[in-house]
Design a protein around this ligand. Structure first.
Ligand SMILES: *[C@@H]1O[C@H](CO)[C@@H](O)[C@H](O)[C@H]1NC(C)=O
Ligand SMILES: *[C@@H]1O[C@H](CO)[C@@H](O)[C@H](O)[C@H]1NC(C)=O
Ligand SMILES: *[C@@H]1O[C@H](CO)[C@@H](O)[C@H](O)[C@H]1NC(C)=O
Ligand SMILES: *[C@@H]1O[C@H](CO)[C@@H](O)[C@H](O)[C@H]1NC(C)=O
Ligand SMILES: *[C@@H]1O[C@H](CO)[C@@H](O)[C@H](O)[C@H]1NC(C)=O
Ligand SMILES: *[C@@H]1O[C@H](CO)[C@@H](O)[C@H](O)[C@H]1NC(C)=O
Ligand SMILES: *[C@@H]1O[C@H](CO)[C@@H](O)[C@H](O)[C@H]1NC(C)=O
Ligand SMILES: *[C@@H]1O[C@H](CO)[C@@H](O)[C@H](O)[C@H]1NC(C)=O
Ligand SMILES: *[C@@H]1O[C@H](CO)[C@@H](O)[C@H](O)[C@H]1NC(C)=O
Ligand SMILES: *[C@@H]1O[C@H](CO)[C@@H](O)[C@H](O)[C@H]1NC(C)=O
Ligand SMILES: *[C@@H]1O[C@H](CO)[C@@H](O)[C@H](O)[C@H]1NC(C)=O
Length: 422
């Protein structure tokens, strides 16, 4: 089947720019910006009827070093003269420059000389950035303006990601910034009324973002909450919680209310209390308590409407591997499967297939980990999955509209500004 990357390309030919086909947008990194491409029917490196040549598709199930993922983009098995193999999509022939036909070198060290292009009998330079299209695992993307940890990240209804507060390497932040997935870049937006760390941020059904609690300048947890309006880029104060908390969680339930769980209270202990915010009146009421007090845990709304709480730290008990479920119809909590690793200051994200991806955090020894695991709600069990490039804790993870998971910042000795995609 004939497939090619689209025509429009930038100044640099290693990335090709084009429109997105819904459900099949792919990205290529160039100078920390992301370029998108689409498929078309023009002659390309995987298929050349004039030369009667077609490239072998990569075997996505084999465990060879080309790291091909199974995807709607066909990826092909290119090779060099010494038979190093590279898995990349079918690339428009006109953008592949010839290699030196004596030394088999490319002018740019960001390309490799491949001999089976199907574009011409000559050896051509394959830009290595294309290999990213077919790799599984994590890719680097743009850096934030501020390094941050203990911040939040929320995918807005317009697809951008709002990052708020946290600490940088010198102090507590009231600043917030927006990530644009179509360009892979970050820009500053309105500052919050209060600098906060270990707070939460939730996108309400009206598109506004509710920020709750956190650690304040001078120390101690707060009960204050505020709302971000994406249309104006500004923040306003709303109702206070019954309990001050930081290192807690907040989840928007299917009925539009926001469930806040646990955290470290005003007396310094980890709490089991939970409360609900009603956006229509802007006030908070208490609901059922968890079986375990916890802070620096996670909470995720599953596709069945229940809320999965994972891990965390219990003052006196240490790092926790237990997880529990909240049923909004009864307002009660029940235990479910334990994770393979106890963790706190980790993340949890509900994937488009309904499973929950847990990443990084600090393990039982307190050190940061790169490991990740998946929860299957149908069985209530956990299995390990691919490790991140960086161990990190107090980072964020957001499921993008294309199903990828964007992980940002966190701590690993120092505050990190880098981000990666799953
Ligand atoms: C990437 O950086 C190089 C060198 O600085 C520059 O020549 C090129 O135009 C940049 N590419 C894009 C897409 O900005
Ligand atoms: C292309 O290759 C196939 C199989 O090797 C062969 O049967 C066919 O005749 C070739 N076509 C041309 C135009 O050379
Ligand atoms: C083959 O060539 C590539 C690129 O020219 C080089 O990076 C690689 O180390 C070589 N591999 C072997 C086994 O010589
Ligand atoms: C090698 O490349 C040069 C210039 O790029 C070209 O003129 C020449 O015909 C090529 N030789 C072969 C054997 O392809
Ligand atoms: C490519 O070349 C540049 C400049 O010569 C160098 O800084 C860079 O490390 C090289 N990259 C690789 C992957 O070899
Ligand atoms: C945010 O913090 C900065 C630096 O601490 C301060 O100058 C600024 O006034 C604060 N902004 C708001 C809206 O409180
Ligand atoms: C929130 O905290 C402030 C400051 O500690 C306190 O004055 C206020 O009564 C608290 N509000 C609620 C609803 O508990
Ligand atoms: C929650 O914590 C409170 C205070 O520590 C305790 O009295 C209560 O029994 C706990 N509730 C549950 C369900 O464990
Ligand atoms: C979870 O932690 C408990 C207590 O530390 C331990 O007994 C149990 O084996 C752990 N479960 C798993 C699945 O590692
Ligand atoms: C993850 O961490 C482990 C243990 O520190 C290390 O052995 C492994 O290489 C790391 N994996 C990646 C992908 O960095
Ligand atoms: C990101 O952090 C690295 C290492 O701390 C630093 O070299 C780099 O300049 C930072 N980038 C930005 C955009 O701040």
């Amino acid at each position: 089947m004939p497939f090619v990357i689209a025509l429009f390309f930038g100044i640099f030919f290693s990335c090709v720019k084009g429109q997105i086909i819904p459900g099949s947008n792919y990205y290529c990194n160039e100078n920390n910006t992301v370029v998108e491409f689409k498929l078309s029917l023009l002659p390309h490196s995987a298929w050349q009827p004039i030369l009667n040549c077609s490239l072998q598709q990569c075997n996505v199930n084999s465990n060879n070093n080309d790291n091909c993922r199974s995807s709607v983009t066909p990826c092909f098995d290119y090779h060099t003269r010494n038979n190093s193999r590279y898995c990349a999509p079918g690339i428009l022939c006109s953008i592949l420059e010839p290699c030196n036909n004596i030394t088999y070198n490319c002018a740019e060290n960001t390309s490799v000389c491949i001999i089976n292009s199907c574009c011409s009998p000559q050896a051509l330079c394959l830009p290595l950035s294309f290999v990213n299209f077919c790799k599984s695992g994590w890719l680097s993307t743009g850096s934030m303006n501020n390094a941050r940890y203990g911040h939040t990240a929320s995918v807005l209804t317009n697809g951008k990601v709002l990052v708020t507060g946290g600490f940088d390497n010198s102090g507590l932040l009231n600043s917030t910034e927006l990530y644009d997935p179509s360009t892979g870049t970050w820009t500053m937006t309105g500052s919050m009324n209060n600098a906060r760390y270990g707070h939460t941020a939730s996108v309400l059904t009206n598109g506004k973002v509710l920020v709750t609690g956190g650690w304040k300048i001078g120390g101690g947890s707060v009960n204050s909450t505020e709302l971000y309006d994406p249309s104006t880029g500004t923040w306003t104060i709303t109702g206070s919680m019954n309990n001050a908390r930081y290192g807690h969680t907040a989840s928007v339930l299917t009925n539009g209310k926001v469930l806040v769980t646990g955290g470290r209270g005003s007396s310094g202990g980890s709490v089991n209390s939970t409360e609900l915010y009603d956006p229509s009146i802007g006030t908070w009421t208490m609901t059922g308590s968890m079986n375990n007090p916890r802070y620096w845990h996670t909470a995720s709304v599953l596709t069945n409407g229940k809320v999965l709480v994972t891990g965390g730290w219990e003052i006196g008990g240490g790092s926790v591997n237990s997880t529990e479920l909240y049923d909004p119809s009864t307002g009660t909590w029940t235990m479910t499967g334990s994770m393979n690793n106890a963790r706190y200051e980790h993340t949890a994200s509900v994937l488009t297939n309904g499973k929950v991806l847990v990443t990084g955090g600090r393990g039982s020894s307190g050190g940061s980990v790169n490991s990740t695991e998946l929860y299957d709600p149908s069985t209530g069990t956990w299995t390990m999955t691919g490790s991140m490039n960086n161990a990190r804790y107090l980072h964020t993870a957001s499921v993008l509209t294309n199903g990828n998971v964007l992980v940002t910042g966190g701590l690993n000795g120092i505050a990190l500004n880098n981000s990666e995609l799953y």
